[in-house]
Design a protein around this ligand. Structure first.
Ligand code: CP
Length: 315
């Protein structure tokens, strides 16, 4: 069960679904504290972490590693391609081995939705004692991306209530969309969806209305673009980057219609000229770089929450 308090304490950090809004705010405040140069906890004993990325990553992987270094954790290298997972060892047995070696925290990205369940919902005969931090599971959750997105929105507007947020693009494959729609609803923002209508399905209806991008751009406070996940589409023969950009992308024309204080976000990696015009990536309203900067501090706050929840390093 999650604890509520000024400092968040968790056994694992695998989803945003169970977070209370005051926990989200505590994590944002803690991340801003770290960003402003606040001191990091002093561990009495070393805390050992391993980053296990079974799917490709630049931002999340390097950002977690930076967060670990800034917190003073000891990070043990792990290369999935060279690991015994390639010989058929299960994720559970892999963590059992790493735990036996002395690892306390596993930061993991995996292509299977809810891969983490078998690692945290243990049978009475299982003794695994390792904190799992989800760095993205299939099309399920991306808690660290979602929380750094909330931090970026909060820094801009100082609130969530009554903000209008458009989530645009490859909804069906997006763990970012799922995590963000859940947190934004919880925090009082109004969510809209846009992009190809065949990527909007029933599961999104309870979180927000689907509208055409041209109905939204002049109204919303946040334009959250999603990457077209080419690697997850079985048949791309009919896909045209130019047509997608014209119909659903943030073009220069649409950018000009945004309100004065509206911000643009994108989790990355960006398909330039598809979701967004290449020249808008670093435009004044774009928070793409800020999101990546904030990610380091939010991941420090998330790791600290699990370290504190498991009383590691004397915390
Ligand atoms: N936003 C994100 O998850 O990027 P990476 O896949 O590069 O980690």
């Amino acid at each position: 069960m999650l604890e509520v308090g000024s400092h968040v304490k968790l056994q694992h950090f695998v989803t945003v679904k169970d977070l209370h809004d005051d926990q989200v705010m505590a994590l944002i405040e803690r991340a801003i504290y770290f960003k402003n140069g606040g001191s990091v906890p002093q561990f009495e004993r070393p805390v050992y972490a391993v980053n296990m990325f079974f799917e490709n990553s630049t931002r999340t992987h390097c950002s977690f590693e930076m967060a670990e270094r800034k917190l003073g954790l000891q990070t043990i290298p792990f290369d999935p391609a060279a690991s015994s997972v390639r010989k058929g060892e299960t994720l559970y047995d892999t963590l059992l081995s790493l735990n036996a070696i002395g690892i306390n925290l596993a930061i993991m990205r995996h292509q299977e939705n809810e891969y983490y369940k078998e690692l945290i919902e243990l049978k009475t005969t299982q003794k695994l004692d390792i904190g799992v931090v989800n760095a993205g599971d299939g099309s399920g959750q991306h808690p660290s991306q979602s929380l750094l997105d909330m931090m970026t929105i909060y820094e801009q507007f100082g609130k969530f209530k009554n903000l209008k947020v458009a989530i645009i693009g490859d909804l069906s494959n997006s763990r970012v969309a799922r995590s963000n729609m859940q947190l934004l609803n919880k925090l009082g923002a109004t969510v809209f969806f846009a992009g190809p209508s065949y990527w909007y399905s029933k599961e999104f209806e309870e979180y927000g209305e689907y509208l055409e991008i041209d109905e939204l751009v002049s109204q919303v406070d946040v334009v959250m673009l999603l990457r077209v996940q080419h690697e997850r589409h079985a048949d791309e023969s009919g896909f045209s980057a130019e047509r997608y950009h014209r119909q659903y992308g943030l073009t220069v024309e649409r950018y000009k219609q945004l309100k004065k204080n509206t911000i643009i976000m994108h989790p990355g990696p960006i398909n330039r000229g598809v979701e967004i015009d290449s020249e808008l990536v670093e435009a004044p309203k774009s928070r793409f770089v800020k999101q990546m900067q904030n990610g380091v501090y939010m991941r420090m706050a998330m790791l600290e929450a699990v370290i504190a929840g498991r009383h590691l390093g004397g915390l």
